[in-house]
Write a protein that binds this ligand. Structure first.
Ligand code: ZN
Ligand code: ZN
Ligand code: FE
Length: 760
């Protein structure tokens, strides 16, 4: 690097500038270089421990403009949190240079952008026959491409990614070294001459000759199922328009009902298949390229999302997906390459073994996937996106905590496993790992945890875990040997919402979900608290009913219908409604009578199950939340009437009595009222009753901020109704957006609670 001293000019000043935030791996240094060039600023820029340092010389006015532009014009993927400067000694630089990165071990922020979908400039090159990367499935630049799926350690340099085995060719090297090039320091830069290559093999591992993408597209067009090595793991792809093919995939994947996501070639293709708002279009085509839950137009095979009006749509996120979707030119089911709820496959061999009975062919390549990332699932809600599954492109962007914490691990729950590693004011919530009840999932969890520790340089001293001793995440927490802090499940739900919104003091917490162990050792899931980070005082809950067979009830919603109907004294009418579907009713009634293997629960999720089964919408469920989701889908928005409900005070706590609701529902259905009308009325009733309890709590405590948490609030209809009712009555309502409202976000709350309890 050349630094020429010139004679000092009178008007020249010098500033030492520090820029913090997501400023690595996003083309920040070339951006600063171009900015300096435009403003006529001299000096240098470099990365140091994740902070961008700039030495800038120029007139005061020039420097003011330059410093302001650093945040106002930052590259699309950067997140500038802070630009600080102090006057510096004038050295008299003649030019502006980009220096090598410095990493002094340990200290400092280590923020990198997550993986980003192919940018428009790269897409144009990908489709340009004159370009040297024409149809090259690994094209990328500083604005797009893989990041955390290839990073082994920080600082982020090619040698610490899975690209290190691909030495750059002279052409790529030139782009990589040129500050004016879009690929300046694009660590995964590659081209057909030097980078990773695709290959196609059949189900037995035999290579299929020819162009892998054209051949794979031809197989898919013929109705075959193809496994595709994507960014953070394998996908299974097949035609989304052919019922026979989709049904076959369901059979092979052992996934009877859970909706599949659908990838369409482009926005025009998305508009053709889905009824999109402008906001949804923007979310779909954002650089995160998430799955977005949108309204279906009914043109896809029924098996794609049986019984659902809303489906998961996404656009291609990598050049490989762009090429394949263009070659097939039809919407494709694009689902995680795994069996049922196991973690997504990432290794070629592993995929070929585990998916051998599922995929007819495999599109493989020789770039290793370092970390597993599923596709993220989002929804547009009111004025922004809500994350339902935090995965690729979202994790591990940190959240800013309301207070600085010592290094803490939040171990999360058991279903929708995800952990949170926090230190200082940064909380890194992991990607969605899956239900932790398989060996593969626990391995993936442990693996991701190790990686987070290395990459972010955080060595936790404390582990916050769920109160439930048998959750596999709790067992994992115990095995770490760290100082343990047990956190009640629903307290953690509310605290997660508080943490995301950086709320301090006390709030009204409303946590509705399927199950969490309560302080009194019974099952909770319809809870009202006066809640601070440190303490949650239970002020109200749903009326406890028995959950016959415990956990097993989750897959048999009709059992909860029987339990609620029995509790409400309308058992015979309810059984008549559900017809002959419930087989072992007698055993069930005996269980209810004796309480054998039938613990009490206040679960909101189980109440949804009961109503869904009573209405004949879902009596048996193959996946978690199915009965509730189908009930929401069935609900008619025209249904405005509410059922009667009652709130009594018992032992100083408000108990929301579900019996009048169940009685009214059974009566309505017996009269022949449409299930959609009943479902709608039930949603309205629950929203009205939540408002009622919140008003009573405000009356007693003066609190007016309400934090919602728990998987039940994934329900758009309920969430929207509860929120608008509360807001109409002058409550401030907080809902998580960056982390899932369900168990996938709970680890963040565990961290906040453990911190507060250790401080307190
Ligand atoms: Zn690009
Ligand atoms: Zn090259
Ligand atoms: Fe939960």
């Amino acid at each position: 690097m050349v630094r020429t001293k010139t004679s000092s000019r009178l008007s020249v000043s010098a500033r030492s500038v520090e820029v913090r935030g997501v400023v690595q791996g996003v083309g920040f240094r070339p951006f600063v270089w171009r900015l300096a060039d435009r403003h006529g600023v001299t000096g240098w820029v470099r990365n140091r421990n994740g902070v961008v340092e700039i030495l800038a010389e120029g007139s005061e006015t020039t420097l003011d403009g330059f410093c302001a532009a650093i945040s106002s014009e930052a590259p699309p993927l950067a997140r500038v949190e802070d630009v600080r400067w102090v006057p510096a000694r004038i050295a008299g630089f003649a030019t502006f240079e980009v220096d090598e990165s410095l990493d002094d071990e340990g200290e400092g922020d280590r923020l990198i952008s997550p993986d980003v979908a192919t940018c428009d400039a790269c897409l144009a090159e990908l489709l340009d026959p004159e370009d040297r990367r024409y149809r090259y499935p690994f094209i990328n630049c500083t604005d797009c491409g893989p990041r955390f799926t290839i990073i082994e350690a920080l600082p982020y340099d090619r040698e610490r990614t899975s690209m290190r085995v691909f030495p750059m060719c002279p052409d790529c090297e030139r782009e990589y070294r040129d500050p004016s090039d879009r690929r300046f320091h694009a660590e995964p830069v590659a081209c057909p001459a030097c980078g990773p290559q695709l290959r196609l093999v059949d189900g037995k591992g035999k290579r299929i000759p020819g162009d892998p993408i054209d051949k794979a597209a031809a197989l898919i067009a013929k109705g075959k199922i193809v496994a595709l090595k994507g960014l953070g793991g394998f996908h299974l792809a097949c035609l989304a328009t052919e019922e026979r093919v989709v049904a076959e995939l369901r059979k092979r994947k052992h996934r009877p009902d859970k909706p599949f996501a659908v990838m369409v070639p482009d926005l025009a293709g998305a508009r053709e298949r889905f009824d999109l708002s402008r906001s949804e279009e923007q979310l779909l085509s954002s650089p995160k390229a998430p799955i977005v839950l949108v309204k279906d137009r009914g043109t896809l095979a029924p098996s794609v999302a049986p019984g659902y009006r809303y489906q998961g749509a996404m656009l291609p996120s990598t050049p490989l997906h762009h090429l394949l979707l263009r070659a097939v030119d039809a919407p494709l089911v694009m689902t995680s390459g795994n069996l049922t709820d196991e973690p997504i496959c990432i290794e070629d061999e592993e995929a070929q073994r585990r998916l051998s009975g599922v995929a007819d062919a495999f599109v493989l390549h020789d770039r290793r996937i370092v970390a597993r990332y599923d596709d993220p699932v989002t929804r547009w809600w009111r004025n922004g996106s809500v994350v339902l599954r935090r995965a690729r492109s979202f994790a591990p962007t940190p959240l800013e905590l309301p207070a600085a914490v010592k290094p803490i691990l939040g171990a999360g729950a058991e279903l929708h496993g995800a952990f949170c590693l926090a230190a200082g004011t940064r909380a890194f919530v992991s990607q969605h790992i899956g239900d932790l009840d398989t060996e593969e999932a626990m391995e993936a969890y442990a693996d991701a945890y190790q990686r987070f520790k290395w990459v972010f340089g955080i060595e936790p001293e404390v582990v916050a875990h769920d109160l439930h001793p048998d959750f596999l995440s709790t067992r994992f927490a115990e095995e770490t040997g760290l100082h343990p802090v047990a956190v009640q499940h629903h307290h953690a739900h509310v605290a997660a919402t508080m943490a995301e919104h950086r709320l301090e003091g006390s709030v009204i917490g409303v946590a509705f979900d399927g199950f969490g162990l309560g302080d009194d050792a019974t099952g909770w899931g319809g809870e009202f608290f006066q809640c601070s980070a440190e303490r949650a005082e239970r002020l109200g809950h749903l009326r406890p009913v028995r959950q016959p067979g415990g956990d097993a009830a989750v897959h048999h919603p009709w059992r909860m219908a029987v339990a609620h109907a029995e509790d409400a004294g309308v058992l015979d009418q309810a059984l008549a409604l559900m017809g002959d579907a419930p087989h072992d009713v007698d055993t069930l009634l005996e269980q209810l009578g004796t309480g054998l293997a039938s613990p009490f629960t206040t679960s909101g999720g189980r109440l949804f199950d009961a109503v869904s089964a009573l209405a004949g919408i879902c009596l048996e469920a193959s996946h978690d939340g199915q009965a509730a989701m189908l009930l929401e889908q069935a609900a008619l928005s025209s249904a405005t009437r509410e059922y009667p409900f009652d709130v009594q005070v018992e032992d100083g706590r408000m108990v929301l009595d579900t019996r009048p609701i169940v009685v009214a529902i059974v009566k309505d259905l017996a009269k022949g009222r449409a299930p959609g009308e009943v479902a709608g009325r039930f949603h309205r009733t629950l929203a009205a009753s939540i408002l009622e309890v919140c008003r009573a709590i405000r009356g007693g405590t003066g609190l007016a901020r309400v934090c919602l948490g728990g998987g039940v609030f994934q329900n758009d209809l309920l969430l929207s109704d509860v929120t608008s009712r509360l807001e109409t009555c002058d409550f401030e309502v907080y809902v998580p957006r960056e982390i899932p409202v369900g168990d996938g976000g709970i680890a963040l709350g565990q961290v906040l609670v453990a911190h507060a309890q250790l401080e307190g």
